[in-house]
Design a protein around this ligand. Structure first.
Ligand SMILES: NC(=O)c1ccc[n+]([C@@H]2O[C@H](COP(=O)([O-])OP(=O)(O)OC[C@H]3O[C@@H](n4cnc5c(N)ncnc54)[C@H](O)[C@@H]3O)[C@@H](O)[C@H]2O)c1
Length: 383
């Protein structure tokens, strides 16, 4: 294999996403022919013992206990933000000012106003940037994007998408602190709207274009929980469930729903799109399949087909195993690194950029606004 240019990565956070990203940085250049080889240079988090253990497991060369030290290091090319939502803006703005490439976990920010500052910072600095909306890079979802771009669906009438979980039903679950920051509105920004629906919205905007207006309802089923950091019982500020209707600018109508109260569902992300000539469905629990229906087929044989996305002419698949063998969740992150580095080498921009992430933040802001006002709300235009 030809020698690749090293690209030194400094990652913030060593949790769930810290592992997913580290694995992706390690795998991408081995399976894809890329112009860069990511080097796991340093990882930063506040707990020194745990960050050291993480660095040993994944092969990071050094550790930092403060992300500021990471950002100021001259030997780091990329700052990768894999820490909770309240840290994204400050780290991203500082990293952009320091001239680093910035990769940031989703949602880009807790609010669109915060996201605007981040977009302004990366664009003023002229640094490459991306948001880890990884589901775009499930091969089946990428195939759907290709089919839509080829015009096979005709006019789009409907889009519907859900993200269902069940892990916060117990009223005894505390909020806040390590592992439970998602229940603390100050840290997370919102509940399932920013955490789960943000994924559905990013994919939808990418596949079906901009959303014009929304009408939403949210619910907080458990109103008070003990806070892990204060020890006190405090009001819960997040939305436990969120549902909205919307109209896309292309005239199609849509429904979206996310909840952490759908008993039995752990991470059921589904999407469906219905056009004049074709329909398609995708389900994260069966992520290597795309369900596809084409009306133009001979009537006697017309029907839903379940395409097993493992053949070498399917997106990304020729880089993996032989036809028929599936890949999984972690590969979506590997694909994101591969696409990003390929674009970087060619001096091109690929989405989702910070600006794309901001588009999702505008929709989530409108959803939360509508849930409060009880009215239809227009989605703010991108800056
Ligand atoms: N793309 C996806 O599918 C996906 C999935 C899960 C989480 N996320 C996003 O990734 C981010 C992290 O989520 P997670 O599930 O990995 O969380 P986590 O709780 O598993 O890990 C968070 C990490 O951040 C560290 N951290 C917290 N505050 C910090 C600070 N001030 N400075 C440095 N490090 C700090 C923690 O020590 C921990 O290592 C969130 O923005 C979340 O929304 C995205």
């Amino acid at each position: 294999m030809p020698t690749k240019k090293p690209l030194n990565v400094g990652m913030v956070g060593y949790g769930f996403m810290g592992r997913a990203h580290s694995n992706a940085f390690r795998q991408a250049y081995r399976f894809f022919d890329l112009p860069y080889e990511p080097v796991l240079k340093a990882v930063a988090a506040r707990n020194t013992d745990r960050v050291k253990a993480f660095a040993d497991t994944w092969g990071y060369q050094t550790v930092e206990s403060d992300w500021r030290a990471l950002v100021s290091r001259k030997d780091i090319d990329v700052i990768d933000i894999a820490s909770p939502n309240d840290t994204h803006a400050e780290i991203a703005v500082a990293a952009a000012k320091a001239g680093k490439i910035v990769m940031c976990e989703k949602p880009l920010a807790r609010t669109a106003a915060e996201g605007e500052r981040m977009v302004a910072a990366v664009e003023a600095a002229g640094v490459p940037n991306m948001v880890w909306y990884n589901y775009r890079r499930a091969p089946a979802v990428m195939l759907l994007k290709q089919l839509l771009d080829e015009g096979r669906f005709g006019r789009i009438f409907h889009y519907r998408s859900v993200f269902l979980q069940d892990w916060t039903i117990s009223k005894d679950l505390p909020q806040g602190g390590e592992g439970l920051w998602r229940l603390d509105v100050g840290v997370a920004g919102s509940g399932v709207t920013g955490d789960l629906l943000a994924h559905n919205i990013d994919t939808a905007l990418w596949l079906n274009g901009p959303i014009a207006e929304v009408t939403a309802m949210t619910e907080t089923f458990i109103k008070e929980r003990k806070h892990n950091l204060t020890g006190r019982v405090e009001p819960v500020g997040i939305d436990d469930a969120s549902a909205f209707l919307c109209r896309f600018e292309n005239g199609s109508m849509a429904t979206f729903e996310a909840t952490r109260y759908a008993r039995g569902h752990k991470a059921l992300y589904t999407l469906e799109i219905n056009g004049e000539n074709a329909s398609a469905k995708w389900d994260l629990h069966d992520l290597h399949r795309l369900q596809y229906f084409e009306h133009g087929e001979e009537g006697r044989l017309r029907g839903w087909r379940s395409i097993h996305i493992t053949d070498s002419d399917h997106p990304y698949m020729k880089h993996w195993w032989v036809p028929g063998l599936q890949i999984g969740y972690e590969h979506t992150f590997v694909h994101q690194v591969a696409d990003f580095l390929e674009a970087l080498g060619a001096n091109k921009t690929i989405g989702p950029t910070f600006r794309d992430g901001l588009s999702t933040d505008y929709v989530t802001d409108a959803v939360l606004r509508s849930a409060r006002s009880g009215r239809w709300e227009t989605v703010a235009a991108n800056i």
